[in-house]
Write a new protein. Sequence first.
Length: 319
Amino acid sequence: MATLWQGKPQNFLYYDLNTPLFLDDIYKGRVVNITDSFIWLDIGLAQPGVIKRHPRHKFQQGQTLIVQVMRDVHEDVAARSQKKGVRLSPFIHLAGRYCIYHPQQTTHSFAPCLTEKTRHYLQASFRKEAGFTFRSPCEDALPKGCIQHEVNHLKQLWQSLQANQAPLPQCLYKGLTPLARLVRDAYPNTSFIVDDLEMLQECQKIAKDYSVPGLTLRSALELELPLFDYFGIEEIWQTIPERIIPLSRGGNICIEQTSCTITIDINAGGQTADITNHEAIPVIIDQMRWRGLQGNILIDFIETCAASKKNFYKVFNLS
């Protein structure tokens, strides 16, 4: 999946449809082993799930618990190679577009971007409710009709999960797919173009269930070219695994990733250092965003005079 802004790709999101995802799934399981550091639960998967033990956890062997997957085994290379189980938490959260319900909490919390006026309004309107985090879309969702609908829905969902009497172990709730989360959290008036009929129907259902305002859903089957080719994304996608990215005027940037740092080296191709450095800045910004690079990143610009350094550092910060 790719997100575009003004026709230019901003981010890529990849996941394998053939790989089962467990993030945010809720299970009812049984404690099968307890050590000083970890608690293992049988939740019906190939490997027992793991809770990192905390002094306030007072669990016993054979105890029945409702738990939620906080970290999928597919997100952790070490866990996947060692065939470890998913990371679990006994503290449940149920997320919607406008709020997140924490059944075990008793206080409200608010997204940092919400204004004081909105916070006071929500605090007064939902003072009888407890355990909710109000998300940034609440700023555009007042008056509170759709928020109240979601609050009621999440509370009813939690009550139904608790009342489930299915035999152990049991999956009580499946978390949303990455595509569904993207649709649920989309900005108002966002457009989605999907080239798979089943995914399009999934998007339509999520948009309806979560009251996403102004969402436009289109099928890519009406396009003359494959979806990524039509928007020029395929060519960009092909550069992501590459170590060396050419620049238009003959230079290139070289990206090296190690376990502890990422180095980006700029190489001139017959142009002056200033021209190559300035040309490389937007390319580096795009590659960092497309590849999801983060952590310790070292960028080796071509040596130039002090005045030029100050100028392209300013350009880099603006980018």
